[in-house]
Design a protein around this ligand. Structure first.
Ligand code: AGP
Length: 645
């Protein structure tokens, strides 16, 4: 939800921190801040709005120093104000922290710290962490306030300090005391955190810790860069440590030490960051979303690469081979995801049931974990997540694991939490997706689900010949997407005609129903137009009352098994004066007679059509948002990775 960057090295921290924030701005952008240490002098700058506002402040008053922390915020507790912007200081002004996550028991902690004489200047939960560390760093005697804990906060983490003393052995003012105070404070927190902490009494010490929010340590020559996402690290080094849950890293110019929160040493594994700087650059596009829409022929080719074996007529999915037998025997498949990934999951349901004939059920991840799902040992539970860090999806994964399911992740971000915690999985390999509105990750998710369904179908009943036909058709998809992208200018002209309309409908049948949902979400989240996706047949059960000559209705109606039915639905809308924008198969004259505007896709198998029909909808949403003057890559109220529940 937020982005944090921290630096300790032989260079001036400010430019590295600011550049890093810019690469993380898609994670949250309602306020930003930086704290840099110069010897014992802690310099703080914070601002509301984009990082460029913070840059203007620093232009006037730059910071100097080799140690610093920085943060770009997506507000959870407290509005987007300067006081609520990170970094937060403790009430002595010596300790500064940046935090990504949620402190669920912050009310209890805040009340107890206030009673202990600590003052606060913000409404955030994060500021509590700064003062809690300060408490254990400065105090000699501890008040046993377990009776004070506020039962209404329905959280654990009572502040009973009786067991504190053995964890705080270092003398006050010693660097180890700060480390111990951080450990102590983290034992009191209920919730999630990705944290970076500095203190003016220790100008060569950077402490980071993580539970539930991603944190990566980049290892460069005489430099350490800590960030929420590799995008802020990759221009400095490709060597990184993915900090694990409940782990802390203590960093000094001499090196780093990784332990658990309760100080058990951890052997950190140094890994290679998989993507390069140019993959996260705009490459001449105006927006990341445009770049990611237009690079789909390449990213889909990368996703399919090495997995479609036309000589042997096989589909190779290395990430699941170790569990292939269990998968083939699965009696049921569950899918849990959020947003766009959930739409991909709905397509997966059609694919698994129609191609592999495996009963499949899709849940919103946030609903899955609370509905007491029935999971038998023959259930395979798939979680789909571009970021691999979505809290709701991670919680659904934990629920499925606790109930004994085989868990598979379909993830884009290599080394992400979900990728690490599933029993097996398949990476999208579409490269980092920076735009908040998911595009290339969606087509990657659908492609992976298609390959998995075909792989299972072949192992169960599908003939070799039939599989080979699908493989050849899949291989053609990237070039077919090119043909659709060539219609961008035409799509833009249609968007121009209707981008002022405030209510749209997206309709589709069969495989095209989830595509209708995805098209509606794309338009909603970046142009702020109210759009609804529906099964086309549902119109007559109520929504058709909405149709007026003012309302654009997008029909996704390629030649498929339900085409004739879809045509009837088009007629129903046309009869009521609705504006028909159709996504149709090249050469289909029938729908061209009915529709006001047509975007075409090349012919392919019905099961593969979502990979094509979604492209015009991505472009339609993109152009509408640009025409309405919105910041397409950073739409209001949204963030790229939703790491809060
Ligand atoms: C999609 O355009 C949205 N940005 C959002 O719905 C997103 O798909 C959802 O938050 C899930 O994210 P994930 O794939 O990283 O888990």
């Amino acid at each position: 939800m937020c982005g944090i960057v921290a630096y300790l090295g032989d260079k001036n921290a400010q430019p590295i921190l600011i550049e890093g924030l810019k690469r993380l701005e898609y994670r949250g952008y309602d306020s930003a801040g930086i704290a840099v240490m110069d010897e014992g002098n802690l310099q703080l700058a914070r601002s509301v709005g984009r990082i460029s506002v913070l840059e203007d402040i620093l232009e006037e008053k730059p910071t100097i120093g080799h140690l610093g922390i920085a943060h770009t915020r997506w507000a959870t507790h407290g509005a987007a104000t300067t006081e609520n912007a990170h970094p937060h200081l403790d009430h002595t002004g010596k300790i500064a922290i940046v935090h990504n996550g949620i402190v669920e028991n912050f009310a209890t902690l805040k009340k107890w710290l206030t009673l202990s004489g600590y003052s606060f200047s913000s409404q955030t939960d994060s500021e509590v962490i700064a003062n809690l560390i300060s408490y254990f760093y400065h105090e000699d005697s501890f008040i046993d306030s377990s009776s004070e804990s506020d039962s209404s906060s329905n959280s654990g983490g009572s502040i009973n300090n009786a067991d504190n003393s053995e964890m705080l052995t270092a003398p006050k003012g010693h660097p180890h005391r700060l480390e111990q105070a951080v450990r102590m404070a983290l034992t009191k927190i209920v919730g999630t955190y990705g944290l970076a902490i500095i203190c003016s009494e220790h100008p060569d010490l950077l402490i980071t810790a993580r539970r539930g929010s991603p944190l990566i340590l980049g290892l460069a020559e005489n430099q350490f860069i800590v960030a929420s996402d590799a995008a802020a690290i990759v221009e400095h080094t490709s060597r990184a440590i993915y900090i694990g849950d409940n782990e802390m890293v203590i960093i000094t110019p001499e090196g780093y030490r990784t332990t658990t929160i309760d100080n058990i040493p951890v052997t950190a594994r140094v890994e290679q960051i998989e993507y390069s700087l140019e993959e996260i650059e705009l490459a001449g596009f105006e927006h990341y979303m445009a770049k990611e829409i237009f690079e789909q022929p390449q990213t889909l080719a990368a996703c399919l690469s090495g997995r479609l074996d036309t000589t042997e007529g096989k589909i190779h999915l290395g990430g699941i081979e170790s569990h292939s037998r269990e998968l083939i025997r699965a009696r049921r498949i569950g899918i849990a995801a959020c947003g766009t990934a959930w739409h991909a999951g709905l397509i997966g349901e059609y694919l698994f049931e129609q191609l592999a004939q495996i009963p499949t059920e899709v849940d919103y991840a946030s609903e899955f974990r609370y509905r007491n799902p029935i999971i038998e040992d023959s259930t395979a539970q798939i979680v789909i997540s571009q970021s691999g860090e979505t809290s709701d999806t991670l919680a659904a994964l934990h629920e499925a694991k606790d109930r004994g399911a085989l868990t598979l992740g379909i993830v884009n971000s290599v080394g992400s939490t979900i990728a690490r915690e599933t029993d097996a999985g398949i990476y999208l390999h579409v490269g980092p997706e920076i735009g908040v509105a998911s595009t290339k990750a969606f087509t990657g998710q659908v492609a992976v689900l298609t390959m998995l369904a075909l792989h299972l179908a072949r192992r169960r009943h599908m003939s070799q010949q039939n599989l080979e036909q699908y493989i050849h058709a899949l291989k053609r998809i990237p070039e077919q997407i090119e043909a659709i992208l060539a219609q961008s200018e035409h799509i833009r002209s249609v968007a121009q005609q209707y981008c002022s309309r405030e209510n749209w409908l997206f309709l589709g049948r069969g495989y095209q129903f989830p595509v209708a949902l995805e098209g509606a979400l794309k338009l909603k989240e970046i142009s702020y137009i109210h759009a609804e996706g529906l099964p086309a047949a549902e119109m007559k059960h109520g929504p058709i009352a909405l149709i007026t000559p003012e309302m654009p209705v997008v029909f996704i109606a390629p030649l498929c098994s339900q085409y004739e039915k879809a045509l009837s639905n088009v007629e129903e809308v046309k009869a009521r004066g609705g504006i028909i924008i159709a996504v149709a198969t090249e050469g289909d004259q029938t729908i061209a007679q009915l529709a006001d505007h047509v975007f075409t896709i090349p012919e392919t198998f019905e099961e593969l059509q979502p990979l094509l029909t979604v492209i015009p909808l991505q472009l339609l949403a993109y152009h509408a948002a640009v025409l309405r003057g919105h910041d397409v890559d950073k739409p209001r109220n949204l963030a790229k990775s939703v790491t809060v529940e």
